[in-house]
Design a protein around this ligand. Structure first.
Ligand code: HPA
Length: 335
């Protein structure tokens, strides 16, 4: 009966689908628009004296990274104009501006995912707000399943490269008209994850010795849309494609950051080993993800603290190649 109705309404249904698609794109584009993100940025700049150049996005179970901050100004997402709210268990929903050893840092506790229903542009809009605030370096963290057979739960993988699986179907946070104030239409990603910061992280990890947050690897991260954990066939396919860790986030934010010239350092906490047998007894589950993250919380905080110091030293000497589209907002609110 349903098939018959759909056939009868063939034209109408197609139009409806087109409308839905259009609305999705339109909403995504609006979320990233200068007009909207500048309102969010102005609100934040008015509400804090801090002017950070380093930002951290906390992944699942990693909100404790914000405990590094002193003298923090806290902004719940629901109070920031145009901000979405995080709906995932294990994710808080607030932005903090504070100091770590006198270095100004912005921390996002809780991020937005495609599986929550947000268009990718909306998932990544906080990064454009960061750009207008003056962020030059972004530390992106996530919880991920380890696909590489040498990875164990509790290990850390520095992201060296990624595979944007949604991108294969044309899903991209920057799909739609390009705003040249943020960056060019076409942009290269062969240097997506800052090499200097990866070298720095390896040195830091080595010096942490027994206090280090698990074994350190470097590898390729792939994002799938979720919310389900992957099927065994999907995981096998990703493995053949050279993927080391798989998750449901990070890439939209990284794409928007690189587009506007923000340097990116990203790492995955391997919270579970991917199950590569259909008939295995274990099942991937969110509780394991959160439990592993909690277990590693303290060591990861120490690792990130050292990265902040290193990035602050190096980052201040780096030049940030893109045009600065936020001159107006920055001029008005800079100290
Ligand atoms: N798959 C996808 N996302 C994840 C996983 C996983 O195994 N673990 C944590 N986030």
């Amino acid at each position: 009966m349903e098939a018959f109705t759909q056939k009868q309404n063939g034209g109408g249904l197609k139009k409806k689908l087109k409308d839905i698609q259009f609305q999705g794109d339109e909403e995504s584009n609006k979320s990233l628009s200068y007009e909207r993100v500048s309102v969010s940025a102005e609100y934040l700049l008015k509400g804090t004296k801090h002017r950070p150049k380093i930002a951290i996005i906390c992944g699942s179970g990693l909100a404790g990274l914000a405990d590094l901050l002193e003298d923090a100004d806290i902004f719940p997402y629901e109070q920031i104009p145009h901000f979405p709210v995080s709906t995932v268990h294990g994710h808080k929903s607030r932005m903090l501006f504070g100091l770590y050893q006198n270095i100004e840092v912005l921390v996002m506790q809780g991020r937005f995912h495609a599986y929550e229903g947000y268009p990718l542009g909306q998932c990544a809009m906080p990064v454009r707000v960061m750009k207008l605030i003056g962020i030059e370096n972004l530390i992106v963290t996530n919880a991920a399943g380890g696909l590489n057979p040498s990875f164990r739960a509790g290990d850390v993988m520095l992201v060296k490269d990624h595979i944007n699986m949604p991108g294969f179907t044309g899903m991209h946070p920057l799909r739609g008209p390009n705003d040249g104030r943020f960056g060019g239409r076409f942009f290269a990603l062969n240097d997506c994850y800052d090499k200097e910061y990866r070298i720095m992280a390896k040195k830091i990890h080595k010096n942490m010795e027994e206090n280090s947050p698990g074994a350190l690897h470097e590898g390729v991260y792939a994002m799938l849309g979720g919310p389900n954990f992957e099927t065994v066939a999907e995981l096998r396919m990703l493995k053949v494609c050279g993927v080391d860790a798989v998750g449901m986030s990070t890439i939209p934010e990284v794409l928007v950051a690189r587009h506007c010239g923000i340097s990116v350092f990203a790492f995955s906490l391997i919270t579970n080993e991917c199950i590569l047998e259909e008939d295995a007894d274990e099942m991937a589950n969110h509780e394991e993800v959160i439990a592993t993250a909690n277990h590693r919380q303290e060591q990861l905080r120490a690792f990130v603290a050292k990265m902040i110091i290193g990035i602050n030293e190096k980052g201040s000497k780096k030049t940030n190649g893109t045009i600065n589209g936020c001159a107006k907002v920055m001029a008005e609110y800079s100290q």
